[in-house]
Write a protein that binds this ligand. Structure first.
Ligand code: 5GP
Length: 189
């Protein structure tokens, strides 16, 4: 998506440790007009898939997921990062390792909001090592819902998540795919 790549080049900052900072337009201050264009693109890609639920993970996926859900005319569920255990069995859960913070957390989604009759699209801001996306895929599969695929705003293709999950048969549509950020220069695939 040219508009997104141009914005990444203009306002993205390459930080140490393979981290791309896009907090001026994507995941701190949010450019809602750009989100609208991103949502249109996700809708174009998945419009034939009968999506009735969008699934994302807190916190930075929520904004994009909400605008995308508006395009599909369906609700958003965000997986919560929880410290409580699933004692009563009323939630689906998975463990996720944070790329940016380095900690492991349990994510939960209430069984009330995702069931076997649903057709789900996962949306997230970044795909790096694939832990967040794997956790969301696990939650979707536990529910018995049909998983149409994942829409990702920025995939860092030099990290292994995308290749690993595609090899497992998951359809992943990434709107910007970064091949390398060596020396602070961003190159797209
Ligand atoms: P993964 O689980 O694929 O390793 O990482 C995905 C999650 O980590 C995303 O939900 C995103 O919040 C965060 N993340 C991964 N890489 C980056 C990055 O380069 N920049 C920012 N801002 N967030 C990232």
């Amino acid at each position: 998506m040219v508009l997104l790549e141009e914005r990444i080049c203009r306002d993205g900052i390459v930080a140490p440790g393979g981290v791309l900072k896009v907090d001026s337009f994507l995941n701190h201050q949010m450019d809602v007009a750009l989100f609208g264009e991103i949502a249109k693109e996700f809708y174009r890609l998945f419009r034939e898939d009968g999506i009735n639920k969008i699934l994302t993970i807190e916190a930075s996926g929520i904004g994009i997921a909400c605008i995308t859900a508006q395009a599909f005319g369906c609700p958003v569920i965000f997986a919560k990062k929880s410290k409580t255990k699933n004692i009563a069995g009323e939630v689906y859960s998975a463990t996720v390792e944070s790329f940016t913070h380095g900690n492991v957390s349990t994510i939960i989604v209430s069984k009330r909001f995702l069931t076997g009759g649903d057709r789900v699209l996962i949306i997230d801001d970044f795909l790096a090592n694939g832990s967040a996306l794997s956790g969301l895929v696990s939650v979707a599969r536990q529910s018995g819902a049909q998983l149409a695929g994942a829409g990702i705003v920025i995939e860092k293709a030099f990290q292994p998540g995308g290749e690993r999950l595609r090899a497992q048969g998951l359809r992943i549509e990434s709107l910007a795919k970064i091949k390398s950020m060596d020396g602070g220069t961003i190159q797209f695939c």
